[in-house]
Design a protein around this ligand. Structure first.
Ligand code: CA
Length: 227
């Protein structure tokens, strides 16, 4: 995996570089936004790890420029407490974010998920979520061990949005827009109701979800594998 790592905090960057290289990752570290864009334009990277607080420009601007060019997965590093910048980053096409300070294990897991997202499987998406195999094209849920649930059309739309972006956080506004339309973008309660309905159908213990996860104040994430 070739990583473009954009971070202006040099001691933090060096610590992460050592750990990543020790695990065999090929990492190009760049300390500012302009340099990162130049590097991105001239190289091929599997994942971009992007700090939002850069010295020369806002990381969000780097994100926007990269998204004008292609869909290389972007994992955002943010020390920002406010959730608005995270939602903004996700809505602008970031694949995920990690808030500083973070554990290296969590960071690696997010990095691998972002990388998987960048190398998608065949077009007719089939996903594995816990006991279930979900076929998006056929709108079908099957299971070899338990009775598969029946989803309503709206639940299917919701499942589809979550599954197409699997392992990526999607903001509540984005889900509402894609499932119900622009006019519903602030209907958080509405979404919450549908999320809990879906959890009752796909989670073993809906009160302690393992697959359809809440990212507090931001949105939701479906944890899924390829079968
Ligand atoms: Ca920084």
């Amino acid at each position: 995996m070739r990583i473009l790592f954009v971070e202006d905090d040099i001691s933090f960057a060096n610590a992460l570089l050592i750990s990543l290289r020790a695990r065999g990752y090929e990492v190009k570290h760049i300390a500012n936004g302009a340099g990162a864009l130049a590097q991105f334009a001239s190289g091929r990277f599997d994942v971009v790890v992007l700090d939002l607080g850069l010295s020369d420009m806002d990381g969000i601007e780097v994100l926007k420029e990269i998204r004008k060019k292609d869909n290389t997965p972007i994992l955002v590093l943010s020390a920002r407490i406010g959730e608005v910048s995270k939602v903004e980053a996700l809505d602008l096409g970031a694949d995920d974010y990690v808030t500083k300070p973070f554990g290296f294990g969590e960071f690696l897991a997010r990095l691998r998920a972002a990388h998987r997202r960048g190398s998608p499987g065949p077009a007719n998406q089939v996903l594995r979520v816990g006991e279930f195999t979900i076929d998006l094209a056929k709108k079908q849920i099957t299971s070899s061990s338990v009775a598969p649930p029946k989803l309503t059309p709206t639940e299917w739309s919701l499942m589809e949005v979550l599954a197409l972006e699997n392992n990526r956080i999607i903001s509540r506004e984005e889900i509402l827009r894609r499932v119900w339309g622009e006019a519903f973008m602030n209907e958080y309660d509405y979404l919450r109701v549908y999320i809990s309905q879906l959890r009752r159908k796909i989670e073993l213990n809906p009160a302690d979800p393992k697959y359809l996860l809440t990212e507090p104040g931001i949105g939701y994430r479906l944890v899924a594998d390829s079968p």
